[in-house]
Design a protein. Sequence first.
Length: 276
Amino acid sequence: MEKAVTLNFIPPQNDQLRLLSVGRSDTLSSHKYGPAVRNYYLIHYILAGLGTFQTEQLTYRLHAGQGFLIAPGQETTYIADKNTPWSYIWIGFAGSFADQLMQQLPINQHEPIFSLPNAKRLLTLSNRLLTQKGTANTQKLLDLSYLLEYLSIISTAKTVIPKIQTHQSDPYVEQAIYLISQSFPQVSANFLADQIGLDRSYLGKRFKRATGMTIQAYLKNYRITQARHLIESTDLSLLQIAQACGYERPDSLTRAFKQTYGLTPSNFKQQQEAVT
């Protein structure tokens, strides 16, 4: 299952650049989409959490700060992590000018994965598209300008070759992930190393090799993901949620949440309720 905020567009088929969809998905554990084939370009950017992206040939393990391209005619599947399901934004577009624009980006069907650590502007553009208020003609031009700016930001991204998920799982890392889910929010890297009986540095190296993330980055992802689920599914106060998820103060949670999702917790909850 997933909670999604989506806006679809129906532009004329003869437009050389057509914005087709924009949205944000906040997935639940192990949510799967696909296999599916589209006739347009679709770019996803991961805000928080973990998941796998599968093409017909390869399976990639991805995390927050990374994104992936789906090209027209390409069959893909993507699956949210069981313990730390991902949230992502996406934008879909097509047209002959879109083909030209894609030639100027660092990503393509054969190198679809990119890294963009600071994507605050992408969040702003997505939220503006999702809350458009202009008249039809002026809004169309404004939407296309947002799309072009969106792609200009992607053009600055670095392509990455993440670890392809073909290796066997690491039992120590699996144990660490299990302990995180059972001992949250008190868990720390030192706690994990002590419980597993490994040197912290050695465990950290094995953890990053298996997941592509440091233990600290994984915990940060896990913390904000758990906070999001409590915000959208309970009536707990912000103070209660902050305490339950290991944040020192509610304003620390608010700051981390806005950096990740581009909205304050209260605005996020209102947006979710508006589409349910």
